[in-house]
Design a protein around this ligand. Structure first.
Ligand code: CU
Length: 494
């Protein structure tokens, strides 16, 4: 009987899976989310780019035509492991060549993970010019109840286009003139300001929170609504009320690239509307860059509204007085619902000392004193063409800080952030367990372990504190080589 049930389940999965096909023309559109008109990169003439909704098990085919005219492009499916389809990962220089203007590329992969993801250009630091969107994989049997779904994206916005910003970030003249530019358009919520999200009373909403930010992390909350996290970066977690601490006022935050699934219960009473506050990380934007106090005329906040009643007044913006670490739920406290035990023993340890360095007058980020230079031949092509004798030799991959690991090894990565600012890290192709992460100025890894959970938090993107370290582990179960990419932070594209 048990065997029969398993077979039947397998059959149902097959029967329900469908193929979803999108035809996308990537092109420039004129937008003004904060009132300032500028070109942005949209899809089929639309910006913000569309949300992709698929069901678990679907085959997803996206025919991408690059209609930009003046720039190459690609699409990365952030958080998707692409196990068996690494060539669909969309990371230029790693898994594919850039799609030139006037050319097409077809992405074809399976949505084999449920939860909250996003897609974005993975070419030339291009996505903050607009080429990103939510990617939600619906689970037919989620381990929690909800009635409705909402998506909430938290990002930063610039009046300058990325090629100009990159020049500022990464040229001696540009750096001298402007250093690290702060987001001139401030923060955006769902790609706008004062966004209204309409809700019904007495419902449970599953809120897909995505941080497609360019530079700073974000802190956010629904005013006077308790938030229960049920998913983090596509990993179901034991439901936890993240506001419970500090007498119900604890806040939560997301780093660039991170996502959360959060449940909120709407109120009975529809006479009042409530604010949704998002604030960009003041420490990251100003304080850790030596700009103390932060400029009083720069608004780090954006407000949205949960609308119960369109004819009721909008509430005043709540004030967040501090961004002290103790005000926030620690994402290491999430317990994966599957209670995957800590991976051990470690087969392969990698220690990354990361910092910025001045190379020929340009500030670049370095790993173990070596910067990343994008290769003309994508690393995956190199791995597939040099032959077995050479593919394990890091030298064949060029200036990309390669570490070659064996299939199914338990890999531990120690990341020492020697830099004076926070930095998010994202691993393609895997989720990693986070055993430890220090507070700001927690120092480098001392060579011994502190206390860590038997069932560590697991995710695909983590924020490292300034002058601190993290210990992460994963099983190298995705046989094509996966890059640990340093997400852009402080605007350095390394
Ligand atoms: Cu990714």
């Amino acid at each position: 009987m048990q065997l029969f049930a398993v077979l039947l389940f397998g059959f149902c999965q097959l029967a329900l899976a469908k193929t979803v096909v999108y035809d996308w023309n990537i092109g420039w559109v004129s937008v003004a989310p904060d009132g300032f008109v500028r070109p942005a990169i949209g899809i089929n003439g639309q910006w913000p780019c569309p949300q992709v909704d698929v069901d678990l098990g679907d085959r997803v085919i996206v025919n991408v035509y690059n209609g930009l005219g003046n720039q190459s492009t690609s699409i990365h499916w952030h958080g998707f492991h692409q196990n068996g389809t690494s060539e669909m990962d969309g990371a230029v220089g790693f898994s594919q060549c850039p799609i030139p203007p006037g050319h097409s590329f077809t992405y074809d992969f399976n949505a084999s993970q449920a939860g909250t993801y996003w897609y974005h250009s993975h070419d030339m630091g291009q996505y903050p010019d607009g080429l990103w969107g939510p990617l939600i994989v619906h689970d037919p049997n989620p381990p929690f109840h909800f009635d409705e779904e909402i998506t909430l994206t938290l990002s930063d916005w610039y009046h300058e286009q990325m090629p100009d910003l990159i020049y500022t970030y990464q040229s001696a003249a540009g750096e001298a003139a402007n250093g690290t530019p702060i987001p001139s358009g401030g923060a955006l919520m769902n790609s706008g300001k004062d966004v209204k999200i309409y809700v019904k009373p007495n419902k449970t909403y599953l809120v897909h929170v995505i941080c497609p930010a360019n530079y700073p992390g974000h802190a956010w909350f629904f005013d006077q609504h308790q938030m229960t996290t049920v998913e983090v970066d596509g990993v179901y977690v034991e439901p936890v009320n993240v506001n419970a601490g500090l007498n119900g006022t604890m806040k939560t935050r997301v780093a660039p690239g991170q996502r959360m699934g959060v449940l909120i219960n709407t109120k009975n009473d529809t006479s009042t509307n409530y604010a949704i506050l998002d604030i960009m990380d003041v420490n990251q934007l100003f304080i850790n860059n030596g700009i103390v106090p932060p400029p009083s005329d720069y608004n780090t906040n954006v407000t949205g509204y949960l609308i119960y009643n369109d004819s009721a007044p909008l509430p005043p913006t709540p004030v967040l007085y501090s961004l002290d670490d103790s005000e926030f739920f620690d994402d290491l406290d999430y317990v994966p619902l599957d209670r995957e035990p800590v991976l051990e023993p470690v087969d392969h340890q990698i220690i990354l000392n990361t910092n910025s360095a001045n190379i020929s007058g340009i500030s670049r980020f370095v790993i173990n004193n070596s910067t990343y230079l994008e290769q003309n031949v994508p690393s995956l092509y190199t791995a597939g063409t040099v032959g077995d004798n050479y593919s394990s030799n890091p030298l064949v991959y060029g200036h990309v800080n390669p570490f070659v690991v064996k299939h199914n090894e338990v890999v531990e990565i120690i990341i020492n952030n020697l830099n004076t600012n926070l930095h998010p890290w994202h691993l393609h192709g895997h989720q990693f367990q986070v055993l430890e992460r220090t507070q700001p100025k927690g120092g480098s890894w001392p060579g011994t372990y502190g206390n860590y959970s038997k069932y560590p938090a697991r995710r695909d993107t983590i924020m490292l504190e300034n002058e601190g370290y993290a210990v992460i582990r994963f099983r190298a179960d995705n046989p094509d080589k996966s890059p640990l990419s340093k997400r852009r932070s402080m605007g350095k594209l390394t």
